[in-house]
Design a protein around this ligand. Structure first.
Ligand code: BES
Ligand code: MN
Ligand code: ZN
Length: 498
């Protein structure tokens, strides 16, 4: 679907979309079109349940005197509540609606509405939402019939100051590129995306101006990454650690970076503590955290963010085999701390332990934020609406929560504390990789990570419940969500650009 911007004018073909405010108050364009069609829009509203509430859509087919296929009335809700998010959600809802209707071409008329943001900004956000919703992963569907494919080929957004709309869309479009990159990586099955191929994907970010370095098994052995390597040892696929640096700070390329870290378990069978067969296929997206970090780096580089950022992703496959680690094995992490591996399915924290330590040791970052599909327990606690947030720094936590709210990727703060930390003390080693029981499973996992952050300001996002969605949302079709890319892009833009 091609997206473009132009100055307002009545289009000559396809669908035209006009806004209606709450209580069926027509925008200027809607009123104008109503007049041209002999009052058919007001009659259609009267004959329906449509009242202009946000996200409501009403299609009126082929007016006899105009060369259009249909007019779609789009509910804007209360004028004072129109904001970027509402426009994005409207754009997403529209694309889904038009595809379902078999439409190929549509033009959206954006009016100036008192109390709402300027038309150019509304236009850019509508286009952004439309693009985000238009994502599809259909690489392997070789027998799709035409009626199974989306029909929309062209979306034109018409607003005063189309040039300004286009400019602000350019930035959003780069973020969408990052989101799509993440969604592609997370959607791919584990026979295609495994540590080596995921590292190769990271390498592609060099085309965007990112410096990329890949550590192989030998280098990680030398560094003493016994925790990460213990997880990897059961797999025929060797592990990798990908390091991506974006140096965009206008003042200094050597200024301390922001660090983003991702769990990249390309498939999690559980290892010797093997998972039940039912639903195990979901564990192809256990590299969701790594996927988000890679998409974020693409977004930051794409929009030339004025910040130094480094992304690190620990890439392993967790398999049971003759070489796999056993429950009870004791490994030595890069930090020197020893870990008794009581459950080989609590592997994400083992991978991140070495990535976190390596990151703070080498980069001395301003802060570290890790993302991981870490625990089933976070789904029990928060469902699929919020990701769990853990942090050792109040300002960082507040900024992340605010960014999540602003982009519609909400975080819910969870506690950390000494009493939880004691739960992972071990009699045989410095710590064990699971708590005593199932109680507070996401918290004990976070406590484990905290033992590897040293004194760096740090936040951990447990995205197990938000990485994959079973239902369509306005700007997120079902499947891989890329939850975290928009959030962290916004977080960076709000607070850290020079
Ligand atoms: N990757 C899983 C967590 C997960 C579960 C992600 C469901 C997405 C959906 C993680 O490696 C895991 O297996 N965690 C265990 C920890 C337990 C053994 C302490 C869990 O949550 O059951
Ligand atoms: Mn696991
Ligand atoms: Zn896992």
């Amino acid at each position: 679907m091609k997206i473009s911007f132009a100055e307002p004018a009545l289009p000559k073909t396809g669908a035209v979309v006009v806004g209606v405010l709450e209580e069926s108050k027509l925008t200027e364009s809607a009123a104008d079109l109503d007049k041209r069609t002999g009052g058919s829009l007001r009659r259609a509203i009267a004959a329906s349940r449509f009242t202009g509430k946000k996200d409501e859509l009403l299609a009126v087919l082929a007016p006899a005197n105009l060369p259009l296929s249909r007019i779609v009335l789009a509910g804007l809700g209360k004028a004072s509540a129109i904001d970027a998010m509402r426009m994005q959600s409207l754009g997403g809802g529209l694309v889904a609606h038009l595809n379902a209707a078999g439409e190929t071409e549509a033009a959206v008329l954006i009016d100036a509405v008192e109390g709402a943001p300027p038309p150019a900004e509304c236009a850019a956000n509508l286009a952004y939402g439309a693009r985000l919703r238009s994502y599809r992963f259909d690489r392997y569907r070789t027998k799709q019939k035409p009626e199974q494919k989306p029909t929309m080929t062209r979306l034109t957004v018409l607003a005063a100051d189309a040039a300004a709309a286009k400019r602000s869309y350019q930035r959003l479009d780069k973020v969408a590129d990052g989101v799509f990159f993440t969604r592609d990586l997370v959607s791919e099955p584990a026979n295609i995306i495994y540590p080596e191929t995921l590292a190769e994907q990271a390498k592609h970010l060099e085309d965007d101006g990112v410096e990329v370095e890949i550590l192989d098994e030998k280098k990680m052995k030398k560094l003493g990454m016994g925790a990460l390597l213990g997880v990897a040892q059961g797999s025929a696929r060797p592990p990798r650690l990908a390091i991506m640096q974006w140096k965009g700070d206008a003042r200094s390329k050597s200024a301390a970076p922001l660090a983003f870290l991702g769990k990249g378990v390309t498939f999690d069978t559980g290892g010797i503590s093997i998972k039940p067969a039912a639903g195990m296929e979901d564990m192809k997206w256990d590299m969701g955290g790594a996927g988000v970090v890679m998409g974020l780096m693409k977004a930051l580089a794409g929009r030339k963010a004025k910040v130094n950022a480094v992304g690190l992703v620990g890439l392993v496959e967790n398999m049971p085999s003759g070489t796999a680690q056993r429950p009870g094995d004791i490994v030595t992490s890069m930090s020197g701390q020893t870990i008794e591996v009581l459950n080989t399915d609590a592997e994400g924290r083992l991978v991140l332990a070495d990535v976190l330590w390596y990151c703070q040791d080498r980069f001395k970052p301003r802060l570290m934020i890790d993302l991981a599909t870490l625990t089933g327990a976070i789904i029990v606690a928060l469902g699929h609406e919020n990701a769990g947030l853990f942090a050792n720094d109040e300002e960082l936590a507040e900024r992340l929560i605010a960014a999540g709210k602003a982009v519609g990727e909400p975080l819910w703060r969870m506690p950390l504390g000494e009493a939880y930390d004691r739960e992972i003390d071990s009699d045989a080693a410095d710590m064990k990789n699971i708590g005593g029981g199932r109680a507070g499973g996401s918290i004990t996992a976070a406590q484990f990570l905290q033992r590897f952050v040293n004194k760096t300001p740090w936040a951990h996002l447990d995205i197990a419940g938000t990485t994959w969605s079973k239902k369509d949302a306005p700007t997120v079709p079902k499947g891989a969500t890329a939850f975290g890319v928009r959030l962290l892009d916004h977080f960076v833009a709000q607070h850290y650009e020079s």
